[in-house]
Design a protein around this ligand. Structure first.
Ligand code: GUN
Ligand code: ZN
Length: 425
């Protein structure tokens, strides 16, 4: 057993933050030997229950759950900062040519290793990430993630049309490859597979139908895709599927909306789309730095909360501009006041932090497993140092409330705030 004494941040079932200024976190093996949170709470209440256990004292530090990135592309690590006049030219000019390099397994392995190191430096302990259309890009990622003992989810991208040579796959082979990868990796240690149609314009009806059949056959596998990100993209889907009620309903018609289905962006939605998200149990991955960088639009928090469907925060690197959850939370705060059905909403820092930890975990169907420091959660957590920079030290020392403290870190924080990332292994 390991015990840590420091300030501790965690979340209650109603999404509010619980903060122990002087807390104790005890980590020990569960029935299967994996370290989980055994006890958490005020130090002086709990310490007498653990007389023989050595306590690592971390004065001035904050223990917090590892962040969960609900949508990212590991092969786009080097695509960050590629400017374009919107999504479709960005895909054509930068992203597809770059992703074609992942046919080379050794290259994919090197990028996967760098990517996982970068996530750790930024305090991200679980990600739902796209690979590329090459099955070897999935093997490379899972091999690296498994060696680090991480809880990670990825899948081979499906894209058998409107895609250039080098990334376009073959319909029948893509479905065979997907099922083989599910059987090879899903549920191995802490790894999970996601069926990954890139987006409706890049997948033939036969490929979408096959993806939906696999989603029905493997209900605890994840599904991930993109929807309603960009106005030109939405118009293109309207032309491809003139009978469909909306872009989102195309996925529904192929059986691709369900629990454990995570759709990136969800910007250009109406209330019927929101109700479809709610009734199917699908979740949105809100990617504000990407939406700002590519000029895609603003996620409508007011609409999402009024209808009531699940969502969490995501970087969407390389459309997104940062691996740092602090940058993503700050961008979400800005976006939360733009383009809302009803104006005047201001997201609280506790809500923002929840959306990138326990909320993102819930969107994955992994509440109580990751994204929190409640009893029984896997012990993926961070040691934050609020004195990491002169300005952070000055500003956090002035905080008069938990909201002020969290806001200071959201606005001023980056990888320097993350002193250590501890992984349950
Ligand atoms: N839509 C289809 N592919 C992509 C992608 O790689 N990034 C983003 N942001 N949107 C997409
Ligand atoms: Zn994306």
């Amino acid at each position: 057993m390991h015990a840590y004494r420091a300030a501790i941040l965690r979340f209650a079932d109603d999404h509010s933050a619980i903060y122990d200024e002087d807390g104790l976190l005890v980590v020990g093996p569960d029935a299967s030997g994996r370290p989980v949170v055994r006890t958490v709470g005020p130090y002086h209440d709990l310490a007498p229950n653990f007389p023989g256990v050595a306590v690592e004292h971390l004065p001035g530090r904050i223990l917090a759950p590892g962040f969960v990135d609900l949508h990212i592309h590991y092969p786009q690590t080097d695509v960050i900062g590629s400017p374009a006049d919107g999504l479709l030219p960005w895909l054509e000019n930068y992203t597809f040519p770059h992703e074609s390099r992942f046919a080379d397994a050794a290259y994919a392995r090197g990028v996967a290793a760098f990517f996982l190191d970068e996530l750790a430096r930024n305090g991200v302990t679980t990600a739902l990430t796209f690979a590329t259309s090459h099955p070897q890009s999935v093997d490379a990622f899972f091999t690296e993630a498994q060696a680090r003992g991480l809880r990670m989810i990825t899948g081979k991208v499906l894209q058998d049309r409107h895609s250039p040579d080098g990334v376009r796959d073959d319909t029948a082979q893509s479905l065979i490859d997907t099922e083989a990868l599910i059987q090879r990796w899903h549920g191995k240690d802490r790894l999970g597979y996601a069926i990954t149609p890139r987006f409706a314009p890049s997948c033939s009806d036969a490929q979408m139908r096959g993806a939906g059949a696999l989603a029905a056959k493997y209900p605890d596998v994840w599904v991930q895709s993109h929807v309603a990100e960009n106005r030109d993209e939405v118009q293109w889907v309207r032309e491809l599927y003139p009978q469909a009620r909306s872009y989102l309903s195309v996925y529904d018609n192929f059986g691709l909306l369900r629990q454990r289905a995570v759709y990136a962006h969800c910007l250009h939605f109406d209330d019927a789309d929101r109700a479809l998200m709610r009734s199917t149990g699908a979740a949105a991955a809100i990617s504000p730095t990407s939406n700002l960088f590519l000029g895609s639009g603003f996620f409508d928090y007011e609409g999402a909360d009024r209808i009531g469907y699940r969502y969490g925060l995501a970087s969407d690197v390389g459309g997104g501009t940062s691996f740092s959850p602090f940058h993503t939370m700050l961008a979400a705060y800005v976006v939360g006041r733009e383009g809302q059905t009803k104006p005047g909403l201001s997201l609280r820092p506790q809500q923002l932090w929840w959306q990138h930890t326990a909320g993102a975990a819930a969107a994955l169907g992994l509440d109580g497993v990751i994204g929190n420091l409640q009893k029984g959660c896997e012990a993926d957590f961070l040691v934050l140092n609020p004195q990491a920079t002169p300005l952070l030290a000055r500003k956090t020392a002035l905080a008069n409330s938990l909201d002020e403290l969290l806001f200071s870190m959201i606005v001023l924080g980056d990888d320097r705030l993350v002193e250590r990332t501890l992984i349950s292994q």
